[in-house]
Design a protein around this ligand. Structure first.
Ligand code: URA
Length: 294
């Protein structure tokens, strides 16, 4: 990028972040279910549900036994958010970004530099080793959103590098993809002490950064891993088991919610559900994952 272009880019990213901050945007409205498959009511998180995705097959993620597809019920609607000043804010990006990979990376680097100095959450800023911004292809078709860095991520500065990350890597591999093809970020960019859940305030403080990443990467699909990601991105109070099995909209992206890899480590039988979710996601992209497993 030439120097004037670079300055323009920097200005644009800064203006984007500032305008959202000025507008008090911490979450973005407008969540719409755009497609659905039938789901069985699921208890979260101890009793995972089974998605009755058409022709759902075995789960190669692990060697769980085939589960019987249970009777279906109508999918639940996401809860409406209360009336507030953000009501009329629309999701920033509704048209496809024309930026090339290099330009997007430069924009991401600018936001990452800002994040590295962030002091919005005093407790997190004083306990973190470093911020964990995000990693992956700046022009990814698929973006993953997790919860927050854990101890390993805090040490290494990269999302999903601990045990949950290793499992996520296996899922990515089962989907015939490489980690480097995806963009991976979290709701928070700092580790909450003791791996506690992010507070609403912390999630709100970090939201502008996540939205900037989504805006810049401009993915076609977002996968929310776990209830913290789903709840915060989509502004929903539904349990993750009820959010699975259908697409939501976030700007230009279609959003799918599924169980967090850490949950799968504690509940291996839910891997089957996540595999069904991956089949559903890739089916929407025109890829038959089941065929790739034969
Ligand atoms: N869990 C998450 O949600 N994100 C990470 O980066 C690591 C573990």
């Amino acid at each position: 990028m030439s120097e004037p272009d670079q300055r323009r880019t920097q200005r644009a990213v800064r203006q984007l972040l500032e305008s959202w901050q000025r507008a008090g945007v911490t979450h973005v409205k407008q969540v719409e279910q755009t497609a659905s498959v039938a789901i069985v009511p699921a208890e979260e998180p101890s009793a995972p549900s089974t998605v009755s995705t058409p022709n759902a097959s075995t789960a190669p993620v692990e060697t769980d036994p085939q589960e019987t597809v249970a009777a279906a019920v109508t999918p639940s609607q996401i809860q409406q958010e209360p009336e507030d000043s953000r009501k009329d804010m629309s999701v920033p990006r509704t048209t496809k970004s024309k930026l090339n990979k290099g330009d997007r990376q430069e924009q991401l680097d600018i936001v990452a530099a800002e994040v590295s100095q962030c002091q919005k959450c005093p407790e997190l800023a004083s306990t973190r080793t470093q911020t964990v911004f995000g990693v992956g292809n700046p022009r990814a078709k698929i973006m993953f959103v997790g919860e927050a860095p854990g101890a390993d991520e805090d040490k290494q500065g990269e999302p999903f590098v601990g045990r949950a990350g290793k499992l996520l890597d296996k899922i990515i591999e089962a989907c015939q993809m490489k980690r480097s093809e995806i963009y991976i970020a979290n709701i928070l960019r700092c580790r909450p002490p003791g791996n506690r859940n992010p507070s609403d305030q912390e999630a709100a403080n970090c939201r502008g950064y996540l939205d900037a990443q989504i805006e810049i990467v401009d993915p076609d699909y977002i996968v929310c891993w776990g209830s913290v990601a789903a709840k915060n991105l989509l502004h929903s109070e539904l349990p993750i088991g009820k959010m699975r099995g259908k697409f939501y909209e976030y700007g230009r992206a279609r959003v799918l919610c599924t169980y967090h890899p850490s949950y799968l480590l504690r509940n291996p039988s839910a891997k089957k559900n996540v595999w069904d979710d991956m089949i559903y996601l890739f089916q929407d992209m025109g890829i038959d994952l089941k065929a790739t497993q034969k």
